[in-house]
Design a protein around this ligand. Structure first.
Ligand SMILES: [Cu+2]
Length: 484
């Protein structure tokens, strides 16, 4: 008996030891290192509140806000996230681009449609302008382009498959009525035309959440509860389905990488999220996993691996308790996971953009503390802590549609995903020019033979970040390619 008991004890002891060790291991897991929750940089002062943010085709970030001096336009900077160098690009003439809509043209210039009237000191805010401006990333210069027929404050620009842009909604020059007319900017003629009256629609919200579908239509997915589909080939609208939560004011909307499922999250004091599959015969919004945090004015950013990062936002009334923790949505599981917390509130008037190296820049919020508002923080997602990164050794600088092209990488055999990502242009919790396009590829003689997108409705013409991702989900530093 005795030897037996002692052996039981030994087994029990070793079990306890094992249990203790594994508990230890679990608790090490829940301490959560950067491999699980990512990591934030300390705040970096860039001298501008990043209310509007756009990734330029040179990998730098254009940031602008509402401050301007008489005779000049808005305070604007270009921030290099690699060298941390800041270049002043303040508009040298009077034009208020704050509260405009924006998206990239095929040549990489950023079109900013509308904005706010030039304010006298103490003037009323919220009055629209028909002015329209281009930012040239190759020279850091601004030029005025055609004026719209309607003044627009808080409009949305949506890039179509031919590289033209539709401009929806926005408030008029008196700051009262929402504009129902839709205008189209043609980059070839550098001019706007107003669509026929059948295209008129009250979006029942400003900065409407619109997304290009792969059949060339535009899906209106918020903030109004009633979601709709616009067909630019007939200039008509059709009802789709009602969002279950109801209106999602200041909520997020993202086209997921399959390019037919749309995610909406947060807004109107919600932490819930819903998806709709536009490929279904009669698409319906369905709840997916909820976020841990309420996010009004949150930012939703497609990452290099096709997951969605929620940053910032908080609880109304503003500035309410902030959501400092980021959250990551995995479209393959439909689940959110809570990530590391940033230091600075990023609620109303905040922004977030994916950088070419796979990190995310988080900026803005003008309700914050002096000294904090003009900072950015840079988030490194968990995929940057999961082992060596693949490297793109060479890739073409430009590609066409229905093209085969070669990407050279020593790690080609490990690559599980090749994708094009739009540079993105965002403000007020809505990234109007964000798209993640998976590409078919195969391994040929140790290189990646990649199929370019079939047409512009899948990926509108313009600059893209080309990214390759290995089996551990680790992305390479992206290369810019021009698609046309
Ligand atoms: Cu605003």
């Amino acid at each position: 008996m005795r030897p037996r008991r002692s052996s039981i004890l030994t087994v029990a002891t070793s079990l306890l030891l094992t249990l203790g060790l594994s508990l230890g291991a679990i608790s090490v897991g829940t301490i959560e290192g950067p491999g699980e929750v990512g990591q934030w940089s300390a705040p970096i002062d860039v001298g501008v509140i990043g209310i509007h943010a756009a990734l330029l085709p040179n990998g730098k970030v254009l940031l602008f806000e509402h401050i301007y001096t008489q005779g000049d336009g808005n305070l604007a900077k270009v921030f290099d996230p690699v060298t941390r160098q800041v270049t002043d690009v303040t508009l040298p003439y009077q034009r208020n681009i704050f509260c405009g809509g924006h998206a990239f043209l095929p040549n990489g210039q950023l079109l900013i449609s509308g904005g706010e009237v030039n304010l006298e000191p103490g003037g009323e805010v919220g009055e629209g302008t028909p002015d329209s401006t281009l930012f040239d990333w190759t020279t850091n210069t601004w030029t005025e382009t055609d004026r719209m027929s309607y003044a627009r404050w808080y409009p949305t620009n949506t890039v179509l498959g031919d590289g033209s842009q539709l401009v929806f909604s926005g408030r008029d020059e008196r700051g009262q009525e929402r504009i129902k007319q839709v205008e189209r900017y043609n980059p070839a003629t550098e001019s706007y035309t107003t669509l026929p009256p059948s295209a008129d629609q009250d979006t029942n919200g400003l900065y409407p959440r619109t997304l290009l579908t792969t059949d060339g239509k535009v899906f209106l997915a918020g903030p109004d509860r009633n979601t709709r589909m616009f067909d630019p080939s007939t200039d008509t609208w059709a009802a789709v389905d009602k969002i279950n939560h109801g209106r999602r004011e200041a909520g997020g909307v993202v086209m997921l990488p399959d390019l037919h499922t749309v995610l909406t999250a947060g807004g109107s004091s919600a932490n819930s999220a819903e998806t709709i599959d536009l490929n279904d015969a009669s698409p319906q919004w369905q709840y997916t996993d909820s976020m841990a945090y309420v996010r009004n004015h949150g930012n939703y950013t497609l990452l290099a691996d096709g997951t969605v990062l929620a940053t910032g936002g908080g609880t109304d009334p503003l500035p309410g308790p902030p959501a400092l923790e980021a959250e990551l949505y995995d479209p393959s599981t439909g689940m959110w996971s809570t990530m590391a917390a940033q230091q600075v509130d990023r609620q109303y008037h905040s922004s977030a953009v994916l950088l070419p190296d796979g990190r995310v820049l988080s900026a803005g919020d003008d309700d914050g503390l002096p000294g904090e508002m003009t900072t950015v923080e840079i988030y490194s997602p968990p995929y940057l802590f999961r082992g060596p990164r693949p490297k793109i050794k060479s890739a073409p600088a430009s590609i066409g549609y229905r093209d085969d092209f070669l990407v050279r990488s020593r790690q080609a055999a490990e690559i599980q995903r090749v994708a094009l990502i739009r540079p993105t242009a965002t403000t007020h919790g809505y990234n109007m020019d964000q798209r993640y396009v998976n590409l078919d590829f195969s391994l040929v003689n140790g290189n990646l033979a990649v199929d370019s997108p079939a047409n512009g409705n899948i990926a509108p013409p313009g600059y893209y970040m080309l990214v390759i991702v290995n089996g551990n989900g680790v992305p390479a530093v992206a290369r810019f390619v021009h698609l046309d």
